[in-house]
Design a protein around this ligand. Sequence first.
Ligand code: FES
Length: 263
Amino acid sequence: MTTPNPETNGPVAAPDERLWDAPTEPSPVSPVFDELTRRRTEEIVARYPQSRSALLPLLHLVQSVEGFVSPDGIRYCAEALELTTAEVSAVATFYTMYKRTPCGEHLVSVCTNTLCAVLGGDDIYARLKAKLGVGHEGTAGEPGSPGSITLEHAECLAACDLGPVLQVNYEFFDNQTVASAETLVDALARGEKPHPTRGAPLTDLRTVSLELAGIFPDLERSVEGASTSVETMRGASLAADRGWTAPSMPDTPPAFPTLEKKP
Ligand code: FES
């Protein structure tokens, strides 16, 4: 499938340069995956009846260690889960949350899907792109260093009622303008961590990757902050004001229809 590219209004061209080579086997796994990472790996794998089910969180764990998923990270997951590197690569390259090049301290994702785009998301993305001097998935500053920022345009972030939105490390900044987005990025570059509109306080991409792996060094902090907004609850409050209700579920749900057995 061809993805529309808001930078050119055309389809994304095949890259001239290969950014990421699938690893060849066998090869020693990088020592960057230390004892602590191995213990965390065992903890994650133990959560699943089948070890291969741990692949998605394990890729987030790898990203929390390296700041992206490198060929070594692919090898590490393959070894831990007794999969081939081809199987792990197939998954890691499918999901956009797994990054194939080293990322900044912060990941700024600007929604450029239809609703946000017409409300100003395209202008926000274009301005940040010019300001940071990078394109999609480009990093301003030394990857991983304080104040470094990776920029990306994102598909619908499921907050259309608050558009245009952007996320920093997957935390929401709602109702943005070009000016507010610039102010936000300036603050990030100075090493500040402005509080998101909703959700937990801002940390950094590696910490959030660790949380996405299901490891919470500070659980209380990771889940504090409201996750809803007045706009999102508007339908529910209107219904409450007007006394509208949906039919309640019967105490005994209707039986499932009998299905014919597959031959
Ligand atoms: S279109 Fe931007 S959040 Fe849905």
